[in-house]
Design a protein around this ligand. Structure first.
Ligand SMILES: [Zn+2]
Ligand SMILES: [Zn+2]
Length: 119
């Protein structure tokens, strides 16, 4: 079951991002990644053999729970994927802190639980 996470930034307002696992295939969990090449964001499967940026194709992508994407860590967890073979639980946790906004290119984006559950 996946969930909807709301991402908001003063520059674009807000939209809903679909994250988390789906029913099939069983090992599948979407999580936002930041590309360190083009500084854009993609929602990618953490269990895939490798992750690549949806915008420039670079494999230099890090989960949003990693330092380049985090501005200020928050106290409350908004969403987390279970750790995978490749990434730690910390890298796969979104808090209510501030994160990199790929649109205005500052750490001014925030995540919140949109209260939407996907089958
Ligand atoms: Zn890229
Ligand atoms: Zn922005």
């Amino acid at each position: 079951m996946g969930i909807g996470v709301k991402i908001s930034c003063p520059c674009f307002g807000s939209f809903i991002l679909q994250v988390g696992p789906r029913m099939a295939p069983p090992k599948y969990c979407l999580f936002p990644f930041l590309c360190t090449e083009c500084k854009d964001a993609s929602c990618l499967d953490i269990h895939a053999q490798s992750q690549a940026c949806e915008h420039c194709g670079s494999k230099s992508v890090v989960p949003y729970g990693s330092p380049p994407a985090i501005g200020e860590a928050g106290l409350h967890v908004v969403f987390a994927c279970w750790q995978s073979d490749t990434f730690s639980a910390e890298q796969l946790t979104l808090t209510d802190g501030t994160y990199w906004c790929p649109t205005c290119r500052q750490h001014t984006a925030r995540f919140e639980d949109a209260g939407i559950r996907w089958d």
